[in-house]
Write a protein of this length. Sequence first.
Lengths: 346, 346
Amino acid sequence: MSGEILKREINEQPEVLKRIVEQESHNVQELALTLQGTFTYVMIAARGTSDNAARYAKYLLGAHNQIPVALAAPSLFTLYRKPPSLEGALVMGISQSGRSPDVVSVVEEGKRQGRPTVAITNDPQSPMARNADYVIQLHTGPEKAVAATKTYTASLTALALLSAHLDANQEALAQLQKLPEAMQQTIDKISGLLPRVERYRYMDHCSVIGRGFNYSTAFEISLKITELSQTVAEPYSSADFLHGPIAMLSKGFPMMVIATRGSVIDDMRALIERLVELNSELLIISDEPDLLDEAHLAFPLPTGLPEWLSPMVAVVPGQLFSLALAQARGLDPDHPEGLSKITETW
Amino acid sequence: MSGEILKREINEQPEVLKRIVEQESHNVQELALTLQGTFTYVMIAARGTSDNAARYAKYLLGAHNQIPVALAAPSLFTLYRKPPSLEGALVMGISQSGRSPDVVSVVEEGKRQGRPTVAITNDPQSPMARNADYVIQLHTGPEKAVAATKTYTASLTALALLSAHLDANQEALAQLQKLPEAMQQTIDKISGLLPRVERYRYMDHCSVIGRGFNYSTAFEISLKITELSQTVAEPYSSADFLHGPIAMLSKGFPMMVIATRGSVIDDMRALIERLVELNSELLIISDEPDLLDEAHLAFPLPTGLPEWLSPMVAVVPGQLFSLALAQARGLDPDHPEGLSKITETW
């Protein structure tokens, strides 16, 4: 059955996360020490799925390390040939292939301006890695499905390692050890629910809502749904959603909401209550049983994972939902029409 | 007929831009001088329409002033109560009301950390303005329609003034003088085309594509379409679109493309050629006659405006399209259901 490649890569994630935590921890500890005091903010270049990892970095480095993150506008470095002055910046590229030309050129420019540079990539021989002072390797093995899954959660884990080591945060490092097991529990729980995805066979659009750490998850799930199932899926933070798009909600409009315990839970709870009043179709990804009770399709997450690590597991229901929806529609999830693995954008 | 308030505010834009250029130039010149050398990057806080103005700032300050721009994650300052260290930053808030609590709290935090702060707002007495060292006033008069139009183009013009004065760029300042007339020409040209918007009476989703300076335009037009006409509209850069969403394109999928002369035109031309092959429904906003020829609905822009000022006029077809589409559907464009002017998000 088509989708076997993608499914295998989704299922590899517990092993992949274990590997990166084990094999990169020492390297990241050393580079974190070397980087101390060399920058006041981080400029990240990334595209597609990796750009969603960069969104996670913005919340993680902000909330845990008090480091502001700017997302690079790659076209300033390429089409406009007017790179900004990077004084004060740590320049970071995230790209599983390390070959996206526009991302490579941001890292190159960082180097040219004498700034410290970090590459997060699967390929230490790639042009991006060769241009960077430091490399954090993803250790995922080859990703053969066109849609990125394990390289996404590996990129989040690389960033989590970096954040923990920048502050020598032993509690965070201990929490990271538990991530692979939580990932396995999530995959086991969600896989059993997939027959219920048939309900969405004729859905033609939906919105995905997350906030804070899981703002990245909303973007990544939207991208997976769009790539794999040819459905328009639009990501929003709950705050931005209330600033406009809520106006378009008709009865039965499908809303996928990521609501995990932590600083944003009250906010997400209030949103869900409002969506219930508006008769939305609710798909809820949560570790809160009472919120899951409000859903037409509930995706339970394991409890006990701290909020900052929830994005690694919260994306999994979206990965599996997109796979199952593609299959329900007779599409090939391994090779979505019109996509290639490395896009040569400038 | 409902929509009169919104239409009047769209039509006021030439006058509004003239007013801000005339009345704020001296103030902005002085604050630009004072700010010289006090920061290495700009951190902008904004929500909704103002966040789209911040996207413009990212390209404008990057390409013209070599200043990197980071968009604040307001929830770090509010929900997480873990504001990043703002060393090196100029902190800027953009909010027409100056009352969006999360935006206000970013400016407050900038002040608390002793950083220079700028407020771009319609209301110099607002909490955001009172917390800022410097205020750039929008001078739009009251905006009564719920959907922001004139305050958006006024915010772009405020940023354009700031960019020009930061470099004492006399050529840019001279170009800015011509903007109100180009705005009037655009409104005149596009208003005559609005009966043709009926074609989209039953469209239920679309994508809007822009790149570089007009990446902001793609976001703002998407927001207007979504707010006013209850249609799902999703913005993309042409680069990101090729990295995934192009897979969802079915024959006849409506694509609105902003393609103005300048550094990104070859890129946009290539995208349009690809979309023609895929039998997309094309709505094109352009100052290039041969690209307009490819469109099912062509929105011509006046020629002769430099690329950096094109976003002020390129958004106008989107504003008027959204208004006309709402009217074609019997919706009230002045008071879209479920929206209020100031959203109290934290």
